[in-house]
Design a protein around this ligand. Structure first.
Ligand SMILES: [Zn+2]
Length: 132
């Protein structure tokens, strides 16, 4: 949404900013994480959408370690991303995906082990004596 606003009318920066601040507020209210691809396209300081060539300048620097420098045109805030083709984002790793069914299975298996470990004869006797 903010993307469309900025691309159609670059002077409408405050509207784009409003959409982004709204999105961030909703995400924090719902305790959700924004996807890194979204998070990296937003200026941390002024909530501006970073579009290379319009609201941001992008430079590739090679000294020390190869990295990408994204600077916000509005406030001058700089973001740096190390360029590493082997790096996998945490959200793309398998352990980041929550499997409720798997967790439930583990819990059931644990409780089964606990009940099997205990002697069950005493409880049987108690229950039979109550019946008779
Ligand atoms: Zn900024």
């Amino acid at each position: 949404m903010a993307h469309q606003v900025l691309l159609s009318k670059p002077e409408n920066k405050n509207l784009a900013r409003f959409y982004i601040s709204m999105m961030k507020r909703i995400a924090t209210r719902l305790v959700m994480k924004l996807h890194p691809s979204i998070k990296r396209a937003i200026c941390k300081k002024c909530d501006m959408l970073l579009i290379p060539g319009i609201t941001a300048t992008v430079r590739i620097k090679a000294h020390r370690q190869k990295h990408k420098v994204v600077q916000c045109v509005e406030c001058g805030k700089v973001k740096r991303f190390v360029y590493n083709p082997n790096h996998i984002l945490w959200v793309d790793k398998p352990e980041a995906v929550y499997h409720p069914q798997e967790m439930e299975d583990k819990r059931v298996a644990k409780s089964m082990q606990e009940t099997q470990g205990k002697p069950s004869k005493e409880t049987d006797k108690a229950s039979s004596s109550k019946v008779t």
